[in-house]
Design a protein around this ligand. Structure first.
Ligand code: ADX
Length: 203
């Protein structure tokens, strides 16, 4: 333990809220939760997240999407795609998502989050409010979809460390849910997610 860490332990304290988790859940009619979508680029994470957000919002739920591309333009604008930078990106999102869930919100995160260890740390930050969803599509299909033209650029060597091409993706070992976007329609995937989330957040 460094001198700095010791100082922090002795000088930074936990401050208790006066509003309990249960009080927040009772008012919202649902629990807070982190719905952690992980999968390759172009597997459908953002599309699904935004559609599910819309569905839940229309049903009166407190819901918000944290999306990789958006967060990388702000909170994580100082980070690139090296392994340690992705880890830091996911660490930040894991902590921010945990705060959202604590506030009673259903937060849907849409990040590649390629490393098992980083996702495990995000789970730790939220405990039993964390639900991992593997948005699964074969690499060939993602590459064929290539909505942002990034796979093409990665294959041409213009983007280094591209997930699935020149950087690894470690699939979840025991996700709470697998959504097969390669074989289902978008509407089916949305429905599958919405009904699982409704179950997970019920009071
Ligand atoms: S993560 O690995 O740190 O979780 P994140 O989800 O935030 O990644 O960002 C992924 C998005 O950044 C992709 O959808 C793509 O648009 C863009 N991107 C740019 N460079 C890369 C890269 N080298 N690997 C993966 N995605 C990249």
């Amino acid at each position: 333990m460094t001198k700095n860490n010791m100082a922090r332990e002795q000088t930074v304290f936990n401050v208790a809220h006066k509003i309990s988790t249960k009080t927040r859940a009772d008012r919202n009619g649902h629990r807070g939760a982190v719905i952690w979508l992980t999968g390759l680029s172009a597997s459908g994470k953002s599309t699904l997240a935004m559609r599910v957000e819309q569905h839940l919002f229309e049903k009166g739920r407190q819901v918000y999407v944290l999306d990789g591309d958006n967060v990388r333009r702000g909170l994580s604008s100082d980070l690139g795609f090296l392994p340690q930078e992705r880890s830091e990106n996911i660490r930040r999102i894991g902590e921010v998502a945990a705060l959202f869930a604590d506030a009673g919100v259903i937060v849907i995160t849409a990040f590649i989050s390629p490393y098992v260890a980083d996702r495990a740390r995000a789970r730790q930050a939220s405990g039993d409010r964390f639900f991992e969803v593997y948005v699964k599509a074969p690499l060939e299909l993602c590459e064929e979809r290539d909505p942002k033209g990034l796979y093409k650029k990665a294959r041409a060597g213009l983007i280094p460390d591209f997930t699935g091409i020149s950087a690894p993706y470690e699939p979840p070992l025991m996700p709470e849910l697998v959504v097969e976007t390669g074989t289902q329609t978008e509407a089916e995937s949305v429905q599958q997610l919405v009904s699982s989330i409704e179950k997970w957040v019920s009071v």
